[in-house]
Design a protein around this ligand. Structure first.
Ligand SMILES: Nc1nc2c(c(=O)[nH]1)N[C@H]1C(S)=C(S)[C@@H](COP(=O)(O)O)O[C@H]1N2
Ligand SMILES: [Mo]
Length: 333
């Protein structure tokens, strides 16, 4: 895409980071960007920050972070014993719930106030395309028809930060079985909620971007044991900033593959175009498997800033397939 020029000086902002606070303080980070000669006109690239779009546009008194996380408990689920823990600490819910990527609601990490504008009542997910049994599901349908369970998964963003998160949801392969794909299905496309009056995040600043946010998987990837739809986190319904009421969780891939606030799922015979891959295919490939040996064009992927109880991250080695090779490596041999 010609409207994006990636300055070589971008790497300076990463290298200058000496503490989590410096990285996570948006004002200071923005100053660092501007100091490196990076102007707002060239900011529609992942990892960039805008200073104006993350405040709530609501005129009534905005909720506190705690209030946005104070959601109904999901009843009647067990922790799947195969995914009951990983060898790293689960992130604090207030850290995970205030350090997000959700570009529909802003280009920074602090989108949780703005994301409260997402209307989640009477949510429907249309499942369609090359299937014998197309259906529209609501949240109760998912809870009634599928095996709701908790899974503790590693989460690795392409920007090289990571957390461990306790999702509640159901395996994607149960949805596949319910809709019965035709034999010519090769890919599945997932579409996020989009309404330009509500999802006003970076659109205000950057103009034309390939909304709605879309992602895709091969049908074999979607059928893998690990591929998961989350309808909750920390035992409760999903907060809006995490992609309520239903989002994808694909733990062996970079976080951007996990589209939030899904409204449509389509079974297809060709590879779909996706949001980041359309904006910048050289940086965000369709497959996007976590791979420490394959650097992002602008930074190394060998290590990650692991975040758990505070934003003071710990540097850890990134694992191939984010540590899930035993489940997924056979998909790519
Ligand atoms: N619709 C939508 N889904 C999205 C994104 C987004 O901007 N819009 N960001 C992605 C990226 S880059 C990451 S890292 C994860 C972040 O999920 P979290 O905020 O719940 O940790 O959501 C992914 N899903
Ligand atoms: Mo990400």
């Amino acid at each position: 895409m010609t409207f994006i020029r990636v300055p070589k000086t971008w790497s300076i902002s990463e290298n200058k980071v000496t503490s989590a606070d410096a990285y996570f303080n948006r004002r200071r980070f923005l100053k660092t960007l501007l100091g490196a000669g990076i102007g707002a006109s060239i900011m529609p690239i992942m990892g960039c920050v805008d200073s104006s779009s993350s405040s709530s546009s609501s005129s009534s008194s905005p909720p506190t972070l705690e209030e946005t996380l104070d959601l109904p408990t999901i009843k009647g689920f067990n922790t799947n014993p195969a995914f009951a823990s990983v060898d790293r600490a689960i992130a604090d819910d207030k850290i995970a719930g205030s350090y997000n990527n959700f570009y529909e609601f802003g280009g920074g990490k602090n989108i949780w106030p703005n994301a409260q504008n997402l209307p989640t009542e009477n949510w429907k997910v249309e499942v369609t395309g090359l299937v014998k049994n197309p259906q529209t599901f609501d949240l109760d349908d998912f809870k009634r028809k599928f095996t709701i369970q908790e899974r503790i998964y590693r989460f690795r963003c392409v920007e090289a930060w990571s957390m461990v998160l306790p999702w509640v949801g159901f395996p994607m392969k149960e949805l596949i079985a319910a809709v019965e794909p035709r034999s010519n299905v090769k890919f599945v496309r997932f579409t996020s909620f989009y309404d330009p009056k509500i999802t006003t995040g970076p659109g205000l600043i950057f103009g034309s971007l390939p909304w709605p946010y879309r992602e895709g998987l091969t049908i074999e990837e979607m059928n893998n044991e690990l591929a998961f739809f989350a309808i909750g986190i920390y035992g409760k319904e999903l907060p809006k900033q995490h992609g309520a009421p239903i989002r994808m969780v694909i733990p062996w891939k970079y976080g951007f593959k996990g589209a939030k606030s899904i409204v449509k799922i389509e079974f297809m015979d060709t590879q779909p175009r996706t949001y980041w891959n359309t904006i910048m295919p050289s940086e965000y490939d369709f497959e996007a498997n976590v791979n420490p040996n394959k650097p992002h064009p602008r930074w190394s992927q060998a290590e990650e800033r692991f975040i758990s109880s505070s934003l003071n991250w710990e540097l850890k080695k990134t694992l191939p397939y984010n540590g899930y090779g035993k489940y997924v490596a056979n998909l790519y041999s």
